[in-house]
Design a protein around this ligand. Structure first.
Ligand code: RB5
Length: 151
């Protein structure tokens, strides 16, 4: 599984923890920045390459972080085909995979601590999509994308 990840300055410290976990688990990832917590960057700039990398199939999944997680989630979800889920707990991490086939996990660097964040990432990476009635609902999301984004 190939994972793209990025954060703004407010998500940088937690992103480093996530990278440590991915390295420990021998998971293949590419970090699209940012590279420090001291220099502010704009979260849409960080979200876009990860969302595009997942959309075009270069990566299987993406992980994004900002202070709350909200900004990068909003930005990433503008890319058709991206289903970015902001998770603060393992229940939503599991559910967003089973029910929503979330291809992008979003974490708030100022919201969750490193221990919980790693549990969230672990559950999210290990959980599969349940299909069935959930697939029908995802097809309806695609219809919305077609209506408003032409794809
Ligand atoms: C940066 O200060 C902060 O606004 C950003 O990380 C994020 O929380 C936005 O949604």
């Amino acid at each position: 599984m190939k994972i793209a990840l990025a954060s703004d300055h407010a998500g940088y410290v937690l992103k480093e923890e996530v990278k440590r976990y991915l390295t420990e688990k021998n998971l293949d990832y590419q970090d699209f920045g940012t590279d420090c917590a001291d220099i502010p960057v704009d979260y849409p700039d960080m979200a876009l390459p990860v969302a595009e990398g997942v959309k075009n199939g270069e990566f299987d999944r993406g992980i994004l972080l900002c202070g709350t997680g909200i900004g990068v989630a909003i930005a990433a979800n503008k890319v058709p085909g991206i289903r970015a889920a902001l998770c603060h707990d393992t229940f939503t991490a599991r559910s967003c995979r089973e029910h929503n086939d979330a291809n992008l996990l979003v974490l708030g660097g100022r919201v969750v601590g490193p221990g919980l964040a790693i549990d969230i990432v672990d559950v999210w990476l290990k959980t599969g999509f349940a299909g069935g009635r959930h697939a029908r609902r995802l097809a309806k999301i695609q219809e919305i994308e077609r209506k408003y984004c032409g794809q």
